[in-house]
Design a protein around this ligand. Structure first.
Ligand code: PMP
Length: 354
């Protein structure tokens, strides 16, 4: 006798239809995992010791990660209240979107951009308004501004844009912000800021955009340049009263003591970090130039990844067959910049797949 199907709890239909987050595939032995924009280096000096030292596993972490907020505040010249820490910047994106946008509200973002944006908007109960990128992979800031209506509560700006690569410049951002009502929250997602080398690129923290525009919050992460993706720690900087919204909606105690300790330790090794970032940038620029020389369309690559515009799923499969795990999207293929030895292998495959 077969057991009858159990009656399952009712789930909001839009959530039941939502596919789970798609993680980059792992690589086999001898292969390279270049599918999640991760950092190929071992933890920075002092980080593992700091994690081991945070050994009181029976105690909850400090709920606001006050030491890390104070340290980041010092570094960026803001009060500790002007910093909020999250379990990865994706959790801060979720907290801000939920705080500002609900049923009937709209969230405007460029597309294609970070995969999590549409689902975070949907989970909040709001309506996503995707605006296609320009042909060269940049945000279409005119179209983004034009998409803002009186229902818009949040605009997401991703610079450099994941997965296409180009940045928004300071001048472009100023002109854009002048067109956005000051009661609309602008989330400036700078997850890859440390890798940027383009002249004129916006740096929301150096430029203190949140002072001239209190509706702007800048988001950064320890997952990419700092190589702490496994520990989940990111931060947002902005007007303290705007940040209060995320303090209210964030899942309490989700930033672990170990993540905070690791982030604090990694902020102390500035030269080593800068050297690692420099090496990734050298590999990135070599990859982008090599791929362009082979005839691929590669937009300006300013993160730790390059974008093969228009490359098909077959191309992604050719990389995979050669042990290079990349991330296919409907509009192209994204390749993270990882190990130095991967560069030659990528170029080899890219030549034969052309
Ligand atoms: N923003 C962008 C643009 C990203 O690409 C990512 C990670 N892929 C994140 C935010 C989130 O990073 P994390 O949660 O690891 O800080």
């Amino acid at each position: 006798m077969s057991t009858p199907e159990p009656v399952l709890p009712r789930i909001r239909p839009e959530i039941a239809a939502l596919p789970p987050y798609r993680q980059g595939k792992a690589a086999g032995a001898g292969g390279f995992k270049l599918s999640s924009n991760e950092n190929p280096f071992d933890p920075l000096p002092g980080v593992v010791d700091a994690v081991h030292a945070a050994d009181a596993l029976n105690r909850y972490p400090d709920a606001t990660a006050a030491r890390l907020r104070a340290r980041l505040g010092e570094r960026y010249g803001v009060e500790a209240d002007g910093v909020v820490i999250g379990a990865g910047s994706v959790s801060l994106l979720a907290a801000f979107i939920q705080a500002a946008a609900g049923a009937g509200d709209e969230v405007v973002y460029s597309w294609r951009s970070f995969e999590a944006y549409p689902s975070l908007v949907l989970v909040a109960g709001a309506t996503g308004v995707p605006v296609p990128n320009l042909a060269d992979g940049r945000h279409d800031l005119d179209a983004l501004a034009a998409a803002v209506t009186d229902r818009t509560r949040v605009v997401l700006v991703c610079t450099p844009n994941n997965p296409t690569g180009p940045v928004v410049t300071s001048d472009e951002l100023s002109a854009f912000l002048a067109r956005i009502p000051s009661d609309v929250l602008v989330l400036l997602d700078e997850a890859y800021a440390e890798f940027v080398t383009a002249d004129g690129a916006v740096d929301g923290l150096a430029e203190r955009v949140f002072e001239t525009h209190p509706n702007v919050v800048v988001l950064r992460t320890f997952s990419k340049a700092y190589g702490l993706a496994a520990l989940r720690v990111g931060y947002a900087i902005g007007h303290p009263r705007v940040l209060d919204a995320a303090r209210s909606t964030a899942i309490p105690l989700s930033v672990t003591a170990h993540a905070e300790a690791a982030a604090l330790a990694s902020l102390e090794v500035h030269d080593e970090l800068a050297e690692r970032v420099r090496q990734i940038v050298v590999r990135r620029d070599a990859l982008a130039a090599g791929l362009r020389a082979l005839g691929w369309r590669v937009p300006d690559a300013q993160g730790n990844f390059v974008w093969l515009d228009g490359a098909s799923a077959d191309v992604a499969r050719a990389f995979e067959d050669a042990g290079v795990i990349v991330r296919p999207f409907p509009e192209g293929v994204r390749i993270s910049v990882g190990e130095e030895e991967a560069v030659a292998r990528i170029l080899q495959v890219a030549e034969s797949a052309r």
